[in-house]
Design a protein around this ligand. Structure first.
Ligand SMILES: [Zn+2]
Length: 366
């Protein structure tokens, strides 16, 4: 089968032909590839994308492991491994994308004007042709934190897919050119953030979740009583992005850095999915306060005054918020965003629910 121009389309290799190391496996692929696994039911298929970002290996490791196990999925399954070159460039698995390239997960929207964007268009084309019943896109966050899923639509099927990996689902109306935003694929698309790239638990979540995604006969779960649904789901809607303005300067340190508009604590990622309130200082600010920061909503408006305030040289939430995708990587903080935030609706109730669910999460096993 030859669908792609730049993607190699491969039939599943036999387990003994898959190198023992993930790096050797990528070298063997040599570039963007889609691997097809035959399922027990060949009338349907599912699609898995991973390594859109070269520094986010949990999904790749999960795929590598399943291939080594000769895993047979329930339905035909396509596994797309994208930024092979970025991942293999030294230091390996540290480049989100190559210095002369663009963020691959910002290119899934026209115009498809260069080779990299053409690769995104080609991946969409492959997905459209095989008509999967669902697409998942496996990532890691750039800071540490628990796993969560993201979708642009809120239908039961999105939560049904997310729950194979995590009980946290974010419904975003921000449009960045990510794969999950692509219209016209005719099936649900869910992004899974498996947790930080350096956390062993992220690899476990990716592997267990992917196995479930490939094992379930039906992805849509039967309707549950409302109480059960509430207990197992944590849905966040309408996130906003905290960004540095182009003229702004930031750094990460344990005390305020002179000349910086904002100094972020080195372990700001510990705030991921924790609740922060008006009494939680998040970072140090210069005399300019929040002037070189902005909080962007789905309409592209700066709504920073609704969310944050500068007080005594520090950044405080104006209300109860939940932060996620908190990065501790300065280049990502500058070029993409520092973190996302959602307003916490009922923080006491959710705190209790979250504690219960987090203890379930940390019990994740193979
Ligand atoms: Zn990513």
């Amino acid at each position: 089968m030859q669908l792609g121009k730049s993607f190699r389309i491969l039939q599943k290799p036999s387990a003994e032909d898959v190198p023992a190391s993930v790096t050797d496996f990528l070298v063997q692929l040599g570039g963007p590839a889609v691997i097809k696994l035959d399922g027990r039911d060949k009338r349907r298929c599912r699609f898995v994308v991973t390594l859109l970002h070269g520094n986010e290996p949990s999904g790749l490791k999960a795929i590598h492991q399943l291939l080594r196990e000769d895993f047979e999925p329930e339905v035909d399954t396509y596994l797309a491994i994208v930024s092979v070159e970025a991942a293999l460039t030294e230091p390996q698995f540290s480049n989100r994308y190559l210095p002369d390239q663009r963020d691959m997960n910002r290119l899934f929207a026209p115009p498809y004007s260069d080779a990299q964007a053409m690769l995104a268009a080609e991946l969409l084309d492959i997905i459209r042709r095989v008509e999967p019943e669902a697409v998942i896109d496996l990532h890691n966050t750039s800071g540490d934190g628990p796993a969560f899923a993201v979708a642009v639509e809120e239908q039961p099927i999105h939560m049904d897919i997310a729950i194979l990996f995590t009980h946290r689902l974010i419904i975003t109306d921000i449009r960045l050119g990510a794969l999950m935003e692509s219209p016209g694929l005719g099936c649900p698309i869910v992004t899974i953030e498996c947790g930080g790239a350096a956390q062993a638990l992220s690899d476990t979540i990716a592997r267990q979740g992917l196995k479930r995604f490939m094992t379930e006969a039906e992805l849509a779960r039967p309707m549950l009583p409302d109480s059960e649904k509430l207990a197992e789901r944590d849905i966040y809607r309408h996130p906003v992005r905290m960004e540095l303005k182009p003229a702004g300067r930031l750094c990460y340190a344990e005390e305020p850095c002179p000349g910086m508009d904002i100094t972020l604590p080195l372990h700001l990622d510990r705030r991921n999915f924790g609740i922060v309130g008006p009494d939680s200082p998040l970072a140090w600010l210069s005399g300019q306060g929040i002037r070189n920061l902005r909080v962007v909503d789905a309409h592209g408006h700066d709504v920073i005054d609704e969310y944050f305030v500068s007080r005594e040289g520090k950044l405080y939430p104006r209300t109860f918020l939940k932060l996620f995708m908190v990065t501790t990587n300065p280049s990502i903080a500058v070029s993409d965003c520092i973190f996302y935030a959602v307003k916490e609706v009922d923080h006491t109730h959710l705190q209790t629910t979250r504690r219960t669910l987090d203890s379930i999460d940390s019990g994740a096993r193979d």
